[in-house]
Design a protein. Structure first.
Length: 134
C-alpha cells in the first residue's frame, strides 16, 4: 500500500507513480523525494504518469500539498498525466489552477488526463511528436 514509483521505460523518460489506498502525506513526500533522486540521473525531458485509480480520495489538506509540489517542479519534467482522475478532482484542479493563474508557478498546461497507463503512454507519444514552438 502507499505510493510506488519507478521508471516506466529503459530510456528513463517516463516515471510511473502508482497510488494505492491507504496512503498518507508522508508517503506522498517520500515518493516525491525519491522522484527527485531519480531526476538527478537524467539530462533530458521526463514525463510523469500518476496512476490514482486505486488511490482513493486524497487525505485532508490536498490543495496545500499538491500546490507545494507543483511549485517546486523539476526543470526536466515536461508533462504530468493523471490516470483515473475522477471528475470531481479534475474540477478541483481546474478551480485551483484558475485561482493561482498568474500568481504562482501553477501551470495548467503541465497536466493531461488518461483512463489507463497505456492510454497515458499513447498521449505522451503523441505529445512528444509535436514540434516545439520557439
Amino acid at each position: 500500500m502507499g505510493i510506488n514509483i519507478c521508471w516506466e521505460d529503459e530510456d528513463k523518460s517516463i516515471i510511473l507513480m502508482t497510488y494505492e489506498r491507504p496512503w498518507t502525506w508522508n508517503d506522498f513526500y517520500a515518493a516525491y523525494a525519491e522522484m527527485d533522486v531519480m531526476l538527478q540521473d537524467v539530462t533530458s525531458a521526463v514525463y510523469i504518469v500518476i496512476d490514482i485509480r486505486k488511490g482513493g480520495f486524497p487525505p485532508s489538506g490536498a490543495s496545500y500539498h499538491f500546490k507545494r509540489v507543483t511549485q517546486n517542479r523539476h526543470p526536466h519534467v515536461m508533462k504530468v498525466v493523471f490516470v483515473g482522475l475522477p471528475l470531481v478532482i479534475r474540477s478541483f484542479l481546474s478551480v485551483v489552477s484558475t485561482a493561482y493563474r498568474g500568481k504562482e508557478k501553477f501551470e495548467t498546461s503541465l497536466f493531461m488526463f488518461a483512463g489507463t497507463v497505456e492510454e497515458a503512454k499513447a498521449v505522451l507519444a503523441r505529445q512528444r511528436m509535436k514540434p516545439e514552438i520557439s
